[in-house]
Write a protein that binds this ligand. Structure first.
Ligand code: HEC
Length: 145
């Protein structure tokens, strides 16, 4: 499972980043450079969050409920190293804490309320991303039920 997660993180990490890379002009020397990118600790945490939330979506798709044991503390959002140039501020911290409260609420809610709370959780991912990391917004929106 760990290996699968790491592999997933690797594949996803190559394909996405916060900002959409502008396409280099034809003949631009950048064309010949491999596009390497070091993933920050926060990006690695995000990839775990994404895989986790996706598994909760699949579970709900099968008609099963999310359970209290599904809660994972992602407080690392507040402290882990970010990509250089990415600044966390008070609004970021508030969004991160709201997000974690919504995840907690989802895991404790009655099955019949879970769809609405889950979609609110995804809106909270999107809200933060619009402000701090717009690249993956479209992809995150696909997590809605
Ligand atoms: C409180 C703000 C916040 C929340 C909530 C949040 N993200 Fe993020 N996310 C970020 C930031 C900032 C980065 C970039 C971190 C960096 O570059 O160091 C990021 C990075 C990512 C990446 C990696 C992008 C890349 O560079 O390859 C993915 C994928 C992602 N987030 C998905 C999600 C998903 C899915 C959710 C909800 C389940 C979520 N995020 C919730 C702020 C947030």
């Amino acid at each position: 499972m760990k290996t699968r997660l790491a592999l997933f993180a690797l594949l996803v990490g190559i394909a996405f980043s916060c900002s959409q890379q502008p396409k280099p002009e034809e003949g631009d020397p950048i064309d010949d450079q491999p596009q390497e990118r070091v993933q920050s600790e926060l990006v690695l945490l995000m990839l775990q969050m994404e895989a986790h939330i996706k598994s909760l979506k699949e579970r709900q798709g099968r008609g099963d409920s999310v359970l209290p044991a599904d809660f994972i503390d992602y407080a690392g959002m507040l402290t882990l190293a970010t990509t250089r140039g990415m600044n966390r501020d008070a609004a970021f911290d508030k969004n991160a804490i709201d997000w974690m409260n919504q995840l907690k609420a989802l895991t404790e809610a009655a099955g019949s309320d879970q769809k609405e709370i889950y979609n609110g959780l995804i809106n909270s991912c999107v809200a933060c991303h619009k402000n701090y990391c717009p690249g993956p917004v479209k992809r995150i929106e696909k997590l809605h039920i």
